[in-house]
Each structure stands twice: as C-alpha cells, then as structure tokens.
Design a binder for this molecule. Structure first.
Ligand SMILES: [Zn+2]
Length: 286
C-alpha cells in the first residue's frame, strides 16, 4: 500500500513517501510548501516511483476534520483547505500533529507501554495521549491543547489572548517574552536565551530556571490527569536542549504530583514522531 505522509509544522514540513516503511523523507519550509503543495508532492512521488493509495496529513494548529481544513498558527494564513489539493493522490486522512506523534511513538518508538503521553515543546506546546492502547482524539480532532492550560498568574499574555498559559512562558516563540518580563532584558529569540544561559548570563539563567519550574508544573498536571507509564518529549526546543528541558524533570514532577512520576524521556524517533504516526494511520494501525 503506497502512502504519502505530510507533517506541516509551524516552521518546517516533512513529507514521507513509502510502502510499509518510508522510502524517502524530504524537508521543506512550511511557508514554501503551502504556497504550492502539488508541485512539491508531484516531484517527490516521481523520485520514489511509488503508486500512492493513502494520504495522511498532520498539521500544527487547530483543524476541522469534517471540512478538511486547518488554521496554521504564525504563518499569516487564515485557513488552508488541505484535503482538496491532496485528494487526487489517494484517500486523505487528517490528524492533529501531537496526536499523530503519540501514535508514531506508540507503534514505532522503543517504549513497550500502553499508557503513553507525548509532549511537544517547540514553537508551541501540545500533547497526544494513548491510554490502554487507545488513541484520544476529541470530538473535532483537536485533543491535547495543553499549552493553553493555566500554570501561573503573573500576567503574561498567550497567543490565544488569555493569560498565564504554559506556552506563553515555555514555548520557543514565547521564551524571550518571559525573559523580558522577568529580567527586563530583551533576547532576539529562544536560541539566544539558551546560548546566553550556556555563557553564564545571569538574566538567561533566571529565565531558564523559571522555564524549568513552569515545565514541571505543566508535566505534573499531565501526570495527575492521565497517570501515564511514560512521557515522551519532542519538539525543537526539547530536542535541541534535552539537558535543560527534559533531564531532571522526573524528580521535579515527582514532588508536584499525587500520582507516581512516570519515566520522562526525549523521543526515540526524534523529529519524525509525527511522520511515523501518519505512517501508522496509512498502514491501518491507528
Ligand atoms: Zn493560550
């Protein structure tokens, strides 16, 4: 069964083509990819010489599964009809990106457990959950907007308009805002906050310590809600800085939870968790 899997992230889009397993995976800028979906897809299909029957797409951002549309955040595009340009390649399924990621980890990661939570810390924060081997999707397919859970009360605004949300502090997009609120110092982006931390900058250190505290609060809430056996962490911020984002989290979460602290580790599939979840959908394993 030839398949086409497309993971449209806030910054990059991964496209994988294969049959059972991936034959090829290509990376594009999401803005470029969304401008001309068909020509990118035509090219990769031609290269792999694969007859496509199934198409699965995951998108970072809210979506409406029945209408086949999603609303990409941070791209100055209001709405993308994703099903329409892809229908000619095969049957199209669309799925939330974190939901797909937990599915990928569950089927193809090295975990061997039936109660698994996946958390992405990237431009935003979100989660996917498998409980007793069952995927949770929600009525609109938008399960897992955990970045919008309130974890503090000091007036930092989230992109959604509310205050005190987890991703308003700890996501890649918002870490510099937290730094400025906390220390008065302006950082260009999250990368600079981490770089300055590693150089010993006092303001960056204060920010990273706060980030660790807020991340522990967010993860503790998830552990109390879902009682997972394991939590897998992905997303660019976590994958680029596992020592600051993931290491030590188990101990911090343990003191904040009623439930037993699970294993918390970085993803075994690295940046391809979402893509492997789409592969599971195409292979009929979802
Ligand atoms: Zn929010």
């Amino acid at each position: 069964m030839g398949f086409l899997c497309i993971d449209i992230g806030g910054t990059n889009t991964l496209v994988g083509v294969g049959n059972g397993e991936f034959k090829v995976v290509e990376k594009y800028s999401s803005k470029q990819f969304l401008k001309d979906i068909s020509s990118h897809i035509d090219q990769i299909i031609e290269e792999t010489d694969t007859v496509i029957e199934k198409v699965a797409v995951a998108a970072a951002g809210p979506m409406n599964k029945s209408e086949g549309v999603f609303y990409p955040p941070n791209m100055a595009i209001e709405k993308v009809n994703i099903t329409e340009p892809l229908q000619r390649y095969g049957d199209v399924s669309i799925i939330n990106d974190c939901t797909s990621a937990v599915l990928g980890e569950y089927h193809y990661g090295e975990h061997n457990c039936d109660d698994l939570v996946y958390v992405t810390i990237s431009s935003g924060i979100g989660a996917g959950v498998v409980l007793h081997g069952n995927l949770i999707e929600g009525s609109d397919g938008n399960f897992g907007e955990v970045g919008h859970m309130k974890i503090a009360d000091n007036g930092v605004s989230c992109g959604c308009g509310a205050e005190g949300h987890w991703e308003a502090y700890c996501s890649g997009n918002n870490l510099p805002k937290m730094a400025e609120k906390l220390t008065g110092k302006r950082f260009e982006d999250a990368r600079e906050v981490f770089d300055k931390y590693r150089e010993g900058c006092e303001d960056a250190t204060k920010t990273i310590e706060k980030m660790k505290d807020y991340n522990a609060r967010g993860f503790a809430n998830l552990v109390n809600l879902y009682n997972p056996e394991k939590v897998v962490v992905g997303g660019a911020v976590a994958l680029n800085h596992p020592d600051l984002v993931v290491e030590g989290l188990e101990e911090e979460v343990d003191v904040k939870t009623v439930n037993r602290s699970p294993k918390i580790e970085t993803t075994s599939l690295e940046e391809q968790s979402v893509l492997h979840g789409l592969r599971a959908v195409c292979n009929g394993e979802a």
